[in-house]
Write a protein that binds this ligand. Sequence first.
Ligand code: FAD
Length: 397
Amino acid sequence: MKSDVVVVGGGISGLSLAYYCSQAGFKTTLLEKNDSPGGSFNSPRYTGNDTQFWLEMGAHTCYNSYQNLLDIVDACHLTDSIIPREKVPFTLLVDKQLKSVFSALNIFEALKSIPNIFSLKKEGLSVREYYSKIVGVNNYNNTLSHFFNAVPSQPTGDFPADMMFKSRPKRKEVLKNYTFKDGLQSIARAIARSKGINVFTSQEVTGIEVLDGRYAITTQAGVTHSAATLALATPSTISSRLLQTIEADIAGHLGTLKAASVDSVGVVVRKNDISLKPVAAIISPNDIFFSAVSRDTVPDDNYRGFAFHFKPGETDETKMQRITNVLGIAEDKIVHKYEVTNTVPSLRVGHRQWLERMDGMLGGKNLLLTGNYFGGMAIEDCVSRSLSESERLKKLK
Ligand SMILES: Cc1cc2nc3c(=O)[nH]c(=O)nc-3n(C[C@H](O)[C@H](O)[C@H](O)COP(=O)(O)OP(=O)(O)OC[C@H]3O[C@@H](n4cnc5c(N)ncnc54)[C@H](O)[C@@H]3O)c2cc1C
């Protein structure tokens, strides 16, 4: 099969890149390993007797500062599906009690430290270095660090502070934070349906060669796609492996990045079977899970759902015991269970220099790289990277 561009990986990075390429007039094919597009946009649906219920197994919140994403949402006619998130608290589980973040903070320490926000720059500092000075060392260690670790489901003390939370221009007419009527995966489905992109699911790419100046991309099923331009939108570890034989230097540079696995278990329970108060998420310091993200932000009449994001290496039995214990329910009250593993980048201070070198190596090549390991792992960072790679492609032609 012949295309101008073949994109490997159908998460939001690959989908947005495929969208931009097709809009620019390139015949675009996207190959995704899983049986549906979305990657970390994963909102599986449970159909019970009385309702249809979805649960976010990965990303759950978008913001009005996600301008590039919003442009795509508008173009895919999905704007009317934007819905608000109910204001329920992000909680900390301490001594079997749920506390709000604010009640866990030492206000005196925070007030003493907060003026540093006006003088301290994030650039070159780690999350630990920056936020310890903004809220105080004890507040950071005892409270805030656990919330930060819950964002990419891994320890974040050594993350670059300027890549964790970014201030971006906002679209004031859009809700500050929001989701979609059928969950965030509806964005992935809408982009995959958009005109000009051929999406093939259940197609794991296993080999890439260069033949007669074109890329030959082979899937596990034995199908070969031919493209003038190759775009990789898989986690850095996979992109590194796929490029080893054709771009050893780039593969080597990608191979220097670290990534972490997140083992997520989602459970659906009947509303009447659980007495836990509504929460946006439960964060339990020093536990075997980083966070349990709840569907209470979009309440349902019959069901509640929780996605527990575990540290890797726990057994199924241990995970289930912890879930039932935290939720205060017996295992037979779980009406549906989902399991998924996501890969998240472990960025470090100095990542900007890594990025500059990578972009230098890609210069002039018809090889595009996107993903959540460039400017940051927020959805908008992924879409922004895809936009800039599509702009580079247009200049190459
Ligand atoms: C639990 C969790 C919660 C998050 N919450 C938020 C949030 O609320 N807001 C926010 O802004 N960000 C959030 N993020 C971050 C954001 O969702 C991710 O960074 C982003 O979705 C990653 O998109 P991606 O396309 O780069 O990677 P992925 O979504 O990982 O997509 C990569 C795709 O490549 C496919 N693939 C891999 N190997 C192959 C192969 N060989 N051949 C073909 N396909 C392949 C995979 O199946 C996958 O679909 C969250 C992330 C996680 C994990």
